[in-house]
Design a protein around this ligand. Structure first.
Ligand SMILES: [Zn+2]
Length: 104
C-alpha cells in the first residue's frame, strides 16, 4: 500500500505500517519543523504577553454573600430567613422595617 510523504510529497511504500514519512530524513525534518513551529509559537505568545501584560486580577469581594450576612444580622434574622425574604422580593429596608429594626 502506497503512502504519500506529507513532507516531500513522494509516494512510498512504508516498511512499517505506521510510518508517516518516506525516509528518516523526512521524518527528522518534519520533527524539526514541528519543534521550530512550537518554538515560534512560544516566541509569539511571549511577545504578545509582553505587549498586553495580563491585567492583575482585581479581587473583589462577592457583594452578595458577605453583604447579605451583614444585612441579615442587622435585621435580626438568620441568613437563610433573610435570603428567603429577599427571594420573595423584599428589599433590605422592607425586611428591616418588618422586623421592627431601628430604621427610622
Ligand atoms: Zn519524504
Amino acid at each position: 500500500m502506497e503512502k504519500v510523504c506529507p513532507l516531500c510529497g513522494k509516494n512510498f511504500s512504508p516498511s512499517h505500517g505506521n510510518r508517516k514519512y518516506c525516509s528518516a530524513e523526512c521524518s527528522e525534518k518534519a520533527h524539526l519543523n514541528q519543534a521550530c513551529a512550537n518554538a515560534l509559537r512560544r516566541y509569539y505568545l511571549k511577545k504578545r504577553q509582553k505587549k498586553n501584560p495580563k491585567k492583575p486580577k482585581r479581587r473583589y469581594e462577592k457583594p452578595s454573600f458577605n453583604e447579605n450576612i451583614r444585612k441579615a444580622d442587622e435585621c435580626g434574622l438568620s441568613y437563610g430567613k433573610y435570603m428567603a425574604l429577599v427571594f420573595m422580593g423584599k428589599s433590605y429596608e422592607e425586611i428591616l422595617t418588618m422586623q421592627g429594626g431601628n430604621a427610622s
